[in-house]
Structure formats: C-alpha cells, structure tokens
Design a binder for this molecule. Structure first.
Ligand SMILES: Cc1cc2nc3c(=O)[nH]c(=O)nc-3n(C[C@H](O)[C@H](O)[C@H](O)COP(=O)(O)OP(=O)(O)OC[C@H]3O[C@@H](n4cnc5c(N)ncnc54)[C@H](O)[C@@H]3O)c2cc1C
Length: 425
C-alpha cells in the first residue's frame, strides 16, 4: 500500500517529466498509460517545443530534407498525461519545484529529468560563435538554408563520431557542388569491426568526403578551423606543424583548414540545471543514478537518457536512442512500483547494434555485444538502408503501440552477464 493510502490521504502525486525526447516521452507514455485512476497520479511532461524533434534525422534535415511534423500533445491524447510547453530555467531540489520560462513554477513529488544533451561547442574557442550544430530542428534547418545558398565552397564537419560521419555523407550526397571535409581525432567507424569500418570508409570516399583522422581542432574562425597538430590513434600529438592537408579543401596555413561552413558534432554537453540544483553529477554534468535510475543524492529525482550517468556492468552508458528509450520506460515502471509500496528493480541494458546511414542509398549496420564492442556480423548496402530506416522510424510507432499496450515497451536486451552489477539479476 502506498504511503498516501496508509495515511488515509488521497492527495495527488505529481510526477513532472522534463524533456520530451526519446527518453522523456517513453517515461511519460509508460507512466500515464500504466497508472490506475484510483492511484491519483498526475503526469506532466514539459518540453521546449510542441513538435517532437527526431534527432536521428537531423543530419537529413541539415541537408534539406524536411522533418515530419510530429505533435507531442497529439501523441499524448488519450493517455491522461498533461503537456506543458516551455523552457526549464531552474530546478529547486529542496523546494521540489521547477521553474519554466523564468515565470511559472511547477511543484513535483517525483521528477524525471530527461533534458538530453547537445554538441559541446564550449570545447574550443570560436565554435559557439562560428560553427553550426545539430542540436535541434531549427539548427538543422538554418544549416540547410546556408548550404543551399552556398553554391560552392568547403564544409568542414568536426568530429569523426557517428553524427559527424552521417552528416558528412548526407551533405556530400545532397550537395555534390560542395567540398566536404571530415576532421576528427579518431578514424571514422573506429569502434566497428575492421570490415564494417572499411566499408564505411569506402562509402565516404565514394561520396567524395575528404577524411582527415588524427587531427585536433583547437579553434574555429569565421573562415577556417585551426589544428593543434596531428594526433595518432594512441592520442600522441605531433605539433611539428608539417601537416600535409593537401586536398582537404585548401589549407590556409600549416595548421589551418579553410572552411566556408563548419558543422560541430564533437563531444556532448548537458544542461547545467542538474548541477546547479545540487544533484550529484559526474564530470560531464550528467546525473549519477542508482540501479533504479534515481539520483544518488535525491531519490525522488529519476534521470534518464543522455542526461543521466547510468552504470552497467561494462561501464557507464553512452548516449543513444536505443538505450534512452528503455531508461524512460524503466523509470516509469520504477515510479509505479514505488507508489505501490514495492521495490524498484535494477535497470539493465545491453547494446545490440550501431546503424549508420551513408547518404540515402547506403548504410552500414554493425551488430554489437552488449558492451557495445563489435561482433563480426554487419549489414551493408540496401538491406542496411532498410534496417536503418526501420530503426529511425520505430520510436513514434512504438509510442503509439505503448498507448494501447504499455507492456509492449518493456522489451529490450538486458545484456546478460555483461550488465550484472553487484549480482543484479
Ligand atoms: C544527427 C544525429 C543522429 C543520431 N543518430 C542516432 C542513431 O542512429 N541511433 C541512436 O541510438 N542515437 C542516435 N543519436 C543520438 C540520440 O539522438 C540521442 O542519444 C537521443 O536523442 C537521447 O534522447 P534523450 O531523450 O535523452 O534526449 P533528446 O532526444 O535530446 O531530448 C531532450 C528533450 O529535452 C528538451 N530540452 C532540453 N533542454 C530543455 C530545457 N531547458 N527546457 C525544456 N526542454 C528542454 C529538448 O528540446 C528535447 O526535446 C543521434 C544524434 C544526432 C544528433
């Protein structure tokens, strides 16, 4: 029996969910659809926009392919969850309130923190002012507009992670008139099986993307990016300055690469709100959780998705949609278990794939072990394109299904022996 029923008080338990991305929407729909009217729970989902941002398609939007109009309030219809549009400006963990647009104050009994993350443009001088990002639909549309008007020139994509690879490929395919340069410390697809990595690299070459790995971008200027030197795969830096950048779009000097447009995809930064509220965060600002996904310092706060530092047997999870949705579902189920006087179960998740688009006509899908290390198995070409599109379109359809059958959202790979922490089963 819940504490409120024991006390004989039928007060409403207020659950406020911050952020309607992949993790926050999963939490809101699960909770609202599983809770019984007699349990007196009010679910409020707060998000900056009414339109759902399909982050998985932002590289497509950046190259001029329009995103679908997906309405969050319409998705929530019939679930009982309330939608509150606004920008969260503060969390007061002592008073248990959140401030929206600096004017409204929303009290909570339980908070689900799902504000995601953005590209870390604070990492080097000039990136904030001179580089584009893919942090939201509007950013992507601004970049698309800029590329469409460019006519000719060089686009430098900084960051050889998967967002950088997908963006460089997409831009090169849609804008053959532009020179696309991909700069990063690591090799594109570095975490993949050598065969999948070679396929990815060949696809980038075919699309004309000029790849320079082992470089460290240290400054972004209005017409160029500056490199500190060359880092090899082991991270050793050779700052001799004799960097052969011939063919990357025209080096401005020994350590600069000319850039008409810079897209910054390197690193991730999270909102400072959690740290400012006094919640325990890791060195990257993510909320440190216990096994039930509650903040270790404030157990009435659950943290999910990219904004959370969630430890599994293999280490702390990195931000993905494939892991973010299960965290949202698990938080919702844990909240309900707690309200019903039961102990939440430990969260467990094992990775299973890394699908990477290489323009609209090619892709590579790397299947992985639960700790995200690559298996031999991978898909390429048309089959991989279909697989990738199915995965990208899946969340919206999954939420529709969850509304009718909430339990359908509770299936994901738990990771077996890879995810056991302290004997969790
Ligand atoms: C181009 C690109 C391609 C990607 N491809 C893949 C892929 O193929 N597979 C994969 O698994 N992952 C992929 N990712 C990563 C994936 O998008 C993220 O891991 C995922 O979005 C995290 O979900 P989330 O719910 O934690 O955060 P988000 O989806 O970022 O949602 C956070 C929400 O909170 C809102 N918000 C933030 N701050 C505030 C505030 N202060 N007030 C109000 N609202 C706020 C945001 O507007 C947003 O709606 C990709 C990312 C990018 C950029």
């Amino acid at each position: 029996m819940s504490a409120q029923h024991e006390a004989g008080v039928a007060t409403t338990h207020r659950v406020v969910i911050l952020g309607a991305g992949y993790a926050g929407l999963s939490a809101a729909i699960q909770l609202a659809c599983r809770v019984k009217p007699s349990e007196n729970v009010r679910v409020t989902l707060v998000n900056a926009q009414e339109r759902f941002t399909e982050r998985l398609r932002l590289h497509m939007a950046a190259s001029g392919q329009p995103l679908a109009e997906l309405s969050i309030p319409e998705l929530l219809e019939g679930t009982g969850a309330h939608f509150e549009r606004g920008w969260v400006t503060a969390v007061d963990a002592n008073a248990k309130t959140v401030r929206i647009d600096d004017e409204r104050v929303l009290p909570y009994d339980t908070l689900v923190y799902a504000l995601g993350g953005v590209a870390d443009t604070s990492a080097v001088p000039g990136a904030e002012d001179h580089a584009h990002t893919l942090n939201g639909a509007q950013d992507a549309e601004v970049l698309a507009d800029r590329l469409a008007r460019l006519g000719s020139g060089t686009v430098v994509v900084v960051g050889s992670g998967l967002t950088g690879v997908e963006s460089a490929a997409e831009i090169a395919e849609r804008h053959p008139e532009l020179t696309v340069v991909l700069l990063g410390r690591g090799e594109p697809g570095a975490a993949m099986h050598p065969k999948a990595r070679a396929y990815l690299r060949a696809a980038l070459d075919r699309l004309g993307v000029r790849v320079r790995s082992g470089v460290e971008v240290v400054k972004v200027l209005p017409g160029s990016v500056e490199l500190a030197g060359i880092v090899d795969v082991a991270g050793r830096v050779d700052v001799a300055g004799s960097v052969d950048l011939a063919g990357t779009g025209g080096p401005v000097g020994e350590e600069s690469v000319a850039a008409d447009v810079v897209l910054w995809t390197s690193g991730t930064r999270v909102s400072p709100l959690a740290a400012a509220a006094g919640l325990t965060v890791d060195e990257g600002g993510r909320i440190v959780t216990d096994t039930a996904l509650r903040s270790v310092s404030h157990p009435e706060v659950y943290a999910v998705g990219d904004a959370a530092a969630i430890r599994q047997g293999y280490g702390v999870m990195h931000g993905t949609c494939q892991g973010g949705m299960p965290t949202g579902v698990h938080a919702a189920v844990s909240i309900l278990r707690k309200l019903r006087g039961r102990r939440p179960r430990p969260f467990r998740f094992g990775y299973y794939h890394t699908p990477v688009s290489l323009g609209r006509h090619d892709a590579v899908v790397q299947f992985t072990h639960p700790d995200d290390s690559p298996r031999r198995l991978h898909l390429t070409g048309r089959v991989a394109v279909r697989y990738k599109e199915t995965v990208t379109a899946a969340p919206w359809a999954t939420w529709g299904r969850m509304k009718k059958m909430p339990a359908s959202g509770a299936f994901w790979p738990r990771g077996g022996r890879f995810t056991r922490v302290g004997g969790a089963r």
